[in-house]
Ligand binder design. Structure first.
Ligand code: PMP
Length: 401
């Protein structure tokens, strides 16, 4: 073929994406092997039939033509209302741009914040699309390490060290992959550093309906921050609508206008019947979102209970989102090594911490996405395997190295 751009060839960066394990698990499943899959952040319940009925009804009623490019007014208003209810920040339809999912919102936000060659910050551990999304905009990703020892929250000193010359800082709380929710203190530090270095904060809040402990504070709600924050949201997690690809960016009206230009030349709007289903979904109110989050709340309780019964596997503070980040360093294995043994010996698939950056090396990420009994059984077996390997290591340290 003719020569592709450096930019598109560079999206995945160097080296392996660390997802070998995921593909190996998929292979086993294809061969008919029963594998408990705790890899991907997707609900074990499907989109509510009532939402699908609304989608079908809207399509039948004619919402099949080009839809309003920045989003239909009712959806922009519903998203704005939800944001204002959750954060207290005055928000109207003019602050909202509708996107085909949170991922497209992350993409658009990075197109917005900087020009090719400029630096865009993100936190390590990170959702694996982040560096590629930044590179796709021609920007240079720079990771700020959030250490396990610091509860996977970035420190003000570390943020300040990489701030000069950067255009943006991407943060995600409640966090995938760690399950951590940033403290008010961390968010205030983020706001200070953003103001000092004139950064945009891109705040990925797709897990804002999954809060188990403490509270989720949006950086947009901090003084002066509404002018320099782009909030990324989505119905994927809050309404179990991953396949509908419906998300948004909330920011200053001038930013929404510019992002509208980007939508015109990229997606040209999201299908009207999906947007109307989104309006219906949001009209179900906060109680509905609590219901969708409920299975993860229960499984988080199960996780806490099982963790407290042993002292080999440690865990990141699990305050939100649908994941548990387990520290398996006591086994002497890498996250990848442990995950491979787990797949081979127990037929349980989890993702190595290394897939999410170096800060979560020696960990594995568990997605709490199978029904409660199967989840509890799998988690118990994960802990027994970790205990067995740790005990062998204590007896024969040299052999395991
Ligand atoms: N951000 C984070 C942290 C995620 O975990 C995900 C999906 N797993 C997304 C963004 C993108 O979600 P979607 O495109 O489905 O809205």
């Amino acid at each position: 073929m003719a020569h592709p751009s450096h930019r598109i060839r560079n999206i995945t960066g160097d080296g392996s994406d660390g997802w070998d394990l995921f593909y190996r698990a998929k292979d086993l499943i294809r061969q008919g092997v029963a594998v408990t899959e705790l890899t991907i952040g997707e609900h074990d319940v499907k989109t509510d039939p009532a939402i699908l009925d609304a989608m079908h009804g809207a399509a039948k009623a004619g919402a099949t033509g080009y839809a309003s490019i920045p989003g239909i007014p009712e959806l922009r208003a519903a998203v704005a209302e939800r944001a204002q209810r959750l954060t207290g920040v005055p928000t109207g339809p003019e602050n909202v741009i509708v996107t085909p999912g949170g991922q497209a919102a992350l993409f658009a936000a990075h197109q917005f914040v900087g020009d090719p060659g400029e630096r865009a910050l993100h936190v390590d551990p990170y959702y694996p699309t982040y560096p590629g999304t930044i590179r796709a905009a021609g920007l240079v990703p720079v990771a700020v390490t959030a250490r396990a020892e610091a509860g996977f929250e970035p420190t003000e000193e570390d943020l300040r060290a990489v701030g000069p010359g950067a255009r943006s800082l991407l943060v995600n709380s409640p966090n995938n992959p760690t399950g951590v929710i940033y403290s008010d203190r961390t968010l205030e530090a983020i706001a200070r550093v953003a103001a000092e270095h004139d950064l945009w904060v891109i705040s990925d809040e797709v897990y804002d309906s999954q809060v188990w402990e403490g509270r989720h504070l949006s950086p947009r709600a901090l003084p002066g921050m509404a002018e320099r924050t782009l909030v990324v949201g989505s119905l994927s997690k809050s309404h179990a609508m991953t396949g509908s690809r419906l998300g948004w960016i909330i920011g200053p009206p001038e930013a929404a206008d510019l992002l509208w230009d980007l939508s015109t030349v990229s997606n040209y709007g999201i299908p009207g019947f999906i947007q109307e289903a989104g309006v219906f979904a949001l009209a179900q109110g906060p109680g509905y979102e609590t219901g969708i989050a409920e299975p993860f709340r229960r499984r988080r309780e199960i996780t806490q209970r099982l963790l407290s019964g042993q002292d080999v596997v440690r865990a990141a503070p699990q305050r939100g989102a649908m994941y548990a980040m387990l520290d398996v360093r006591a086994t002497g294995l890498t996250g990848e090594g442990f995950a491979m043994r787990l797949l081979d010996e127990e037929r349980i698939a989890v993702l190595p911490g290394e897939s999410f950056g170096q800060a979560s090396a020696g960990h594995v990420r568990i997605a709490m996405t199978v029904e409660d009994r199967a989840y509890e059984d799998a988690l118990a077996r994960i802990m027994v395997l970790a205990q067995r390997i740790a005990a062998q290591r204590a007896h024969f340290p040299a052999e395991i190295g």
